[in-house]
Design a binder for this molecule. Sequence first.
Ligand code: GLP
Length: 235
Amino acid sequence: MKVIISSDKTSGSKKGFAIFKNSIANGSKVIGLATGSTPVTLYQEWTESNLDNSNLISINLDEYVGLTPDNDQSYHYFMQKNLFAKKPFKHSYIPDGIKAIKDPEGTAADYNKIIAENPIDIQLLGLGQNGHIAFNEPGTPFDSVTHEVQLTENTIKANSRFFNNIDEVPKSAICMGIANIMSAKEIVIMAFGDNKAEAVQKMVEGPVTEEVPASILQKHENVTLIVDQAAASKL
Ligand code: GLP
């Protein structure tokens, strides 16, 4: 794993965006995207750039079960607001959180098919405070593919800051599995702030274990981790 320690989130995000830009210039067509607060600055760089997404396909990691695309906490809404409105892709895939209410398995199977038909060239990731990637919580099998995830209390609490109150946070999500993520040819994972320091340390230096989902990235041959000083403080 290549580790880049930046002075702050802004410069780290610029470096992250440069990797995507370069990869796209070199022919990457299928771009794996992430949500959360971590990638917002990178998406700002993207929207302000001259990059044209109209020949690219995007595939997002996950979506909450039960939120409509116009719900401002859905990941559909997030992507529209932060990237797609200004820089539309030829096609953008995000799991269908409404179909998933009645048919989580069918929704997950549809998504696995989409990923199989559109192998991901480069995937962006954030890191959960407990080492999760996407919504793959500790204990998720490394060979998992897209599935419905019951969110842990820790994640519900962490994500409640975006909702009016904690009861509004959905209890589950449809999420790419760890095997889907590992199938990307290249991965860029970013983490900023001291609340990520422990997860970063375990991901980079700890044993590869399903208890720290991100630790599997040690086994991927083309991963770049971008952190600020605070997130790197336990390395
Ligand atoms: C959520 C998302 C993840 C994200 C993580 C960290 O659970 N599903 O994709 O990486 O939170 O979020 P943040 O970037 O806001 O710290």
